[in-house]
Design a protein around this ligand. Structure first.
Ligand code: T4K
Length: 372
């Protein structure tokens, strides 16, 4: 078993060449403008619009993904209603609902994609349901056609948490960003994501009319100097974040390609490993989730990778949201999600992790599993 000299973390952020970032900083100094819809943020928005194939009128940037979700949900009128969502996600998906006074209702996931199942969601729709919030978990694409039909049939909004899905195309390469599906999608630009802006979040929405509302909400909902139209927040992306985003966007194709190489290297070693399967559906390979036969093997691999190999994998997304205090009212309602959360482990993947190291990690996993 190989023990690495330095810890291998589950992810590391890509950092652009320092000289190029410094050149960008010169613009910030020259502008003497640091936040509040600055010129670099506007450039970043333009570039994102080009990259995603979405009009600039249908985008809004925020200082992180969680506040983007919170204000997006609020602008879509979800406060006070039921919202059907998945428990197999990061807590932010549901916290943002709770924080605007919506009630998360948990439906089970599809065992193949690990995303919310439209069939399970449909069974829970009632007159109180205002929206469905599926998550493209790990960059696995949800059944977007299934959700589109539910939206049309029941008149409920479909809002995707696409935090993991930057760089994923809808219906194959060339069809445009996954963000064009549904009424709204949120991409997280946190440094643990394959593309980041230090911290950041992006909303992409179908109806350009809400852009102005979102711009107001992210800036306290003040309107001009003399009026305030609503209870807004401070969720503005600043110029340094936007600069980081712009610099990282220059490299996006290479970042995405490198992840595919890492995934292929894991697969090469692990494809015939008993009791282990790599989850194959992630389009952008944002994560490398591996499913073990049972919780015992998963826990052993997690612990031995850490203790014997200096490799820090993560059990995303365990525990399930329905095990956490704010959502424990729904514990036991989603057996498929419970089962998968107990068996999944995400292995290290990031730009700069060498293919040789990836193969060693995979060999280590194989050896630990063989000893179970
Ligand atoms: N929806 C979904 C489905 C999400 O997954 C998330 C966030 C959101 C919504 C909300 O979006 P944001 O508000 O975050 O934009 C992390 C992230 O904090 C969180 O963004 C992410 N999902 C979640 C899945 O994971 P932790 O607590 O696991 O992160 P942490 O600090 O343990 O970092 C993980 C690894 O990354 C560490 O081993 C160290 C490394 N790292 C981390 C940072 C921040 C670095 O090397 N450099 C860094 O700067 O939550």
């Amino acid at each position: 078993m190989r023990k690495f000299d330095k810890p291998i973390l589950v992810t590391r952020p890509y950092l652009p060449p320092l000289e190029e970032f410094k050149r960008g900083l010169e613009d910030v100094w020259a502008n003497q403008w640091l936040t509040n819809n600055g010129p670099i943020l506007q450039r970043f928005q333009k570039e994102l619009s080009r990259y995603l194939g979405v009009s600039e009128t249908n985008l809004a940037l925020f200082n992180n993904g969680t506040l983007a979700l919170e204000l997006g949900y609020y602008a879509m009128g979800l406060s006070g209603g039921d919202v059907i969502t998945t428990p197999f996600t990061f807590v932010a998906t549901s916290h943002a609902l709770k924080r605007i006074g919506a009630n998360p209702v948990f439906a089970d996931i599809d065992p193949d994609t690990m995303c919310l199942s439209p069939k399970a969601a449909e069974r829970l729709i009632t007159p109180r349901t205002k929206a469905i919030v599926p998550v493209h978990v790990y960059g696995n694409v949800c059944d977007v056609e299934g959700f589109e039909k539910l939206g049309a049939k029941y008149g409920v909004k479909i809002i995707y948490d696409a935090a993991h899905a930057f760089g994923v195309e809808c219906g194959g390469v060339g069809h445009g960003s996954i963000g064009r599906c549904g009424d709204m999608s949120m991409f997280s630009f946190h440094p643990t994501k394959l593309f980041h802006s230090c911290e950041g979040g992006l909303l992409v929405f179908r109806d350009a009319v809400i852009q102005e509302k979102l711009y107001e909400l992210r800036n306290f909902a003040i309107h001009g100097e003399l009026s305030c139209t609503d209870v807004g927040s401070n969720a503005k992306m600043n110029e340094l974040q936007a600069l980081m985003g712009l610099e990282c966007l220059k490299k996006i194709d290479e970042l995405l390609n490198y992840r595919q190489k890492i995934y292929a290297a894991y697969l090469e070693v692990l494809f015939d490993c008993p009791y282990v399967s790599l989850v194959p559906y992630s389009r952008n390979k944002a994560y490398v989730p591996v499913l073990f036969k049972d919780n015992g093997i998963r826990e052993r691999v997690y612990a031995e990778l850490k203790e014997k190999c200096n490799v820090f994998s993560r059990r995303y997304f365990y525990p399930l949201l329905t095990d956490f205090a704010p959502y424990v009212y729904a514990k036991g309602t989603c057996p498929i999600a419970e089962d998968l959360a107990a068996r999944v482990l995400t292995l290290p993947t990031y730009y700069g992790l060498s293919i040789e190291d990836v193969k060693s990690i995979a060999e280590n996993v194989k050896e630990i599993v063989a000893g179970c």
